[in-house]
Ligand binder design. Structure first.
Ligand code: ARG
Length: 458
């Protein structure tokens, strides 16, 4: 039976009921709804609505229900209850009879659902923080093993300057560190309890809402009842955190997909995260990475969807807000799955060092070195840039690398060029020179790895 049948003389149309019911997705809030109900029953004792005895009975029954739910959450789906709040109340009444009907005193599903969802978000943030940390750990470990794996760095997908695979890994570690701090930041802001705000105007029982908030693990109660039941900023913030992090993961995926092409050939992905073609026997496709890249889209979609659902909504609760759940559930599940999958990809990755080195050597990635060499000999940088441009053009025409031009040939571009130009053009020197903070020099990368290891408890 619905929670609200009294003023209706006709039953709901079956099609409307299907359209309106949310149990098929909000059953995921069962634990939070039960925990919130226990706390609410305790609050009702403080205002004389329930005796301690009654509260104990309710709490026992709710605890039992929690155990049942934890053992088999999908069993909830067999019910035709409207939503998880109706389901918990129905079950409670089934266990303790009429006493169960007292629990909803002074409470509304509006403050209840707002509380349940915040509790769920907080729990999910803990899982996501762990997921983000594990991927950073995997990246740092991969970096540590590949400090001497030189490969080309790109701008505009054109070979630009040599980097190392370790430096690439540490770049993604930085992005994920920001994702982590965004989650921590969002967590602070969602740490207030809406329970006791009633339908919209506050509860008519003089409940100590801060104490109630504390029982639920929140640091305080919210400050305005109208805002509390209609606030879904925490949903938007988490969707936004997820969207940004998924953009990072999609770029990680795209880089690796490119590194894995026959054309680049810098890495080999493990058989455990790739799949074959039904037609072409030679194929080994980077499906795990393509799915990470692809799933980025649905997460952005969830953020945009929720923004549009909330846009222009009048205060306070409106049924539109029931649309908050499927998007956030799916987006956060997807994000967590992708974090886990990225760890799995790194776990079996093989870096093909000779090929990486060869590619780094080609494509005039050391042209900046020649310009810097000339600068050291007193040529102004702008002029040096121009001179090296002509040298590169000549080398391209001869089908040679810069360091393959003879000293005589090089001297035709600038007389200051001497024999010491060759070591300056080596990959080793390219890397070592970039020793200012954040650069690709082996020392800088090693200290970035060490700092990250301390931060990430590796
Ligand atoms: N199923 C609803 C939701 O998810 C619960 C709140 C319903 N409140 C109401 N006044 N109809 O938003």
């Amino acid at each position: 039976m619905a929670l609200w049948g009294g003023r209706f003389s006709q039953a709901a149309d079956q099609r409307f009921k299907l359209f309106n019911d949310s149990l098929r997705f909000d059953y995921r809030l069962a634990e939070q709804d039960i925990i919130g109900s226990v706390a609410w029953s305790k609050a009702l004792v403080t205002v004389g609505v329930l005796s301690s005895e009654e509260q104990k009975k309710l709490e026992q029954a709710l605890d039992q229900l929690l155990t049942e739910v934890q053992a088999d959450p999908d069993a909830i789906l067999a019910s035709d209850a409207e939503d998880i709040h109706s389901w918990v109340e129905q079950k409670l009444i089934g266990k303790v009879g009429d006493l169960g009907k007292k629990l909803h005193t002074g409470r509304s599903r509006n403050d209840q659902v707002a509380t349940d969802l915040k509790l769920w978000c907080k729990m999910q943030v803990a899982l996501l923080l762990q997921g983000v940390k594990e991927l950073q750990q995997a990246l740092v470990i991969t970096a540590e093993q590949n400090q001497d794996a030189v490969m080309p760095g790109y701008t505009h997908l054109q070979r630009a300057q040599p980097v190392t695979f370790a430096h690439w890994c540490m770049a993604y570690t930085e992005m994920l560190a920001r994702d982590e701090s965004r989650l921590q930041d969002a967590l602070k802001r969602m740490d207030t309890s809406p329970l006791g705000c009633g339908a919209l105007a506050g509860t008519a029982y003089p409940i100590d809402r801060d104490q109630l908030a504390g029982w639920l693990g929140f640091s305080a109660a919210t400050r305005n009842s109208l805002d509390s039941v209609s606030d879904r900023d925490h949903v938007l913030e988490l969707l936004s955190d997820a969207s940004i992090s998924m953009v990072h993961l999609s770029r990680f995926a795209e880089d690796l997909i490119f590194f894995n092409t026959g054309e680049a050939g810098f890495i080999e992905l493990s058989d455990r995260v790739t799949s074959g073609s039904s037609l072409m026997p030679q194929k080994k496709n980077p499906d795990a990475l393509e799915l990470i890249r692809g799933k980025c889209g649905r997460v952005q979609g969830a953020l945009t969807g929720m923004m549009m659902t909330l846009k222009g909504l009048p205060l306070a609760y409106n049924k539109d807000m029931q649309e908050d759940k499927e998007g956030i559930f799916d987006a956060l599940d997807t994000w967590l799955d992708c974090l886990h999958m990225a760890v799995l990809v790194l776990d079996g990755i093989q870096i093909k060092r000779p090929r990486c080195q060869e590619a780094a050597q080609q494509g005039y990635a050391n042209a900046t070195e020649l310009a810097d060499y000339l600068v050291a000999k007193g040529v102004p940088f702008r002029e040096a840039h121009h001179i090296v441009g002509s040298a590169v053009l000549e080398a391209i025409q001869q089908g040679k690398a810069l360091e393959e031009l003879s000293l005589e040939q090089l001297k035709t571009f600038n007389i200051a060029i001497e024999d010491d130009v060759y070591p300056a053009l080596s990959l080793k020197s390219c890397l070592e020179k970039r020793s200012a903070k954040g650069g690709v020099s082996p020392d800088q990368v090693a200290s970035a790895i060490n700092a990250a290891k301390t931060r990430l408890d590796i």
